[in-house]
Design a protein. Sequence first.
Lengths: 312, 112
Amino acid sequence: MSGHDHREDGVSRRKVLECMTWAGTGVLWTITGGVPRSLGIIDSAQAATAPGMTFLQISDSHVGFDKPANPNALGTLEEAINKINAMPVKPSFMIHTGDITHLSKAAEFDNAERIISQSKLDVHYVPGEHDFLDEEVKFYRERYGRGTKGQGWYSFDAGGVHFIGLVNVVDLKAGGLGNLGAEQLAWLEDDLRGKSKSTPIVLFAHIPLWTVYPEWGWGTEDGGRALEYVKGFGSVTVLNGHIHQVMQKVEGNVTFHTARSTAFPQPAPGAAPSPGPMKVEDAKLRAMLGVASVNFKQNEQRLAIIDTPLQG
Amino acid sequence: MKTLNRRDFGVDFGLTLAAAILLPATTARADDNMEVHIDNFVFQPAELKIKVGTTVTWTNRDDIPHTVVSAGKFRSKTLDTDDKFSFTFTNAGDYKYFCSLHPHMTGMIKVE
């Protein structure tokens, strides 16, 4: 990664330790006057001066994953949380865009909770497909489903922004993509009814709501319907995970953004035979994991997103 | 993986020989076990033609869990790396199936 000048005399022990501490953070988002926007890589100076409300996004912790791409996914989640705890400005809360666990085992949920709770932040979750794998599909719901509708969707308001957590990992159809379904879409339409068009909207869900790469299932079949409902709003930000890499696009008033995983990277669309975990050199792993931070400032037009690798 | 020892080989060989004598060469044995592998988010082979009574075993060789689901017909548990799922086809027909976690993964078993 940039900023790391590996000179002839090699990497000093201190440098290596610095790198280690950067392994696997989140995305810092700033919402300024309604439009979330990426601030780029978080550094302390930016974070310290970011005005307004700030919240964090972390994603795809895959607690329980122990394959070569990252034998210790719990460890890199902990590094991410440590990174968050070290931020100069404490975020208001955190969202987790799913795949908390790898196999939906009770112990995996417990371990994730034990580490994430060290941030001492309120965390708003949406499930990934890896969180609904237990036979009765109850572990996620017992922990995070309280007060939610349907399969776990909900909305809340914070700092003048309306947040909507959607579930697009249930009842997937053969040959298709992520799925919201008629019941959830009807709820969404109703949830937005009567809202002032100047209310900034943040939609978050596990699988990208926009079509990133259908060949690998990276998109949501009826995501376009959800986006229709928010079309008239002045500022819409869509935050997703699932693809384990940062991808961003802006379309009119809508900003789309995907966060890094805290566990393992996945290849760029079409860059490998499959979207499976990408094994990179150990020294490079932490530059490909991370968190995101978002800052919202009243009366400005953009919401700022900062993607922070665990090491970069 | 199943390791073949000399004795297994002898038995298999004997059965194969008997089948070859008793049945036309193109007819599959009804008790055949067939394999489908999951590699790189793909069912291989994507389409399998089998006889009624055949058991098909799917093996997940990816680092990511998958499922094998044919709506209303069969549904595996979540298969972690190297986990297997078997289903015996007792009725003729076309069985489309997919991975309910990664629905772009599809396959077909044609039973005659």
